[in-house]
Design a protein around this ligand. Structure first.
Ligand SMILES: [Zn+2]
Length: 58
């Protein structure tokens, strides 16, 4: 049972970014830029990738 980010091990139960909740499924943006999909607090899927939150340099 995973409750932390598979990329950086940040605890998904303590999201650093606002959570979008739909029923028992919630979407969390991890501090590393990865999107985590949580089902009842458990990480079931990810989207994007580490570093996707970075601002592109000119
Ligand atoms: Zn992460």
């Amino acid at each position: 049972m995973t409750t932390s980010c598979p990329s950086c091990a940040w605890p998904a139960a303590e999201p650093a970014y606002p959570v979008s909740v739909h029923g028992r499924v919630s979407y969390v943006r991890c501090v590393c830029g990865l999107w985590l999909v949580l089902d009842a607090g458990r990480v079931v899927a990810t989207a994007g990738g580490p570093g996707s939150a970075k601002v592109p340099s000119p």
